[in-house]
Design a protein around this ligand. Structure first.
Ligand SMILES: [Zn+2]
Ligand SMILES: [Zn+2]
Length: 65
């Protein structure tokens, strides 16, 4: 398995896709939104909209992102 994120946890969450919710912002299980182009990581805020907080460090392993 190829790992392109800082750790297994981030790999899992950044790549997580849900069968039920097409929009990641609708899915309560989706925590991290990853922008492939900008290489940006965001923490999804489930407030019914599409807000997220950009994060500079991995919440699991603490690596700079
Ligand atoms: Zn990590
Ligand atoms: Zn879901």
């Amino acid at each position: 398995m190829m790992q392109k994120h800082c750790c297994e946890d981030m790999d899992y969450h950044a790549n997580f896709t849900c069968d039920i919710h097409e929009d990641p912002f609708d899915c309560p299980d989706k925590l991290i939104i990853y922008n492939e182009k900008k290489k940006d990581y965001g923490l999804i805020i489930h407030d019914g909209g599409s807000s997220h907080i950009e994060i500079g460090f991995c919440p699991w392993c603490g690596s700079a992102l």
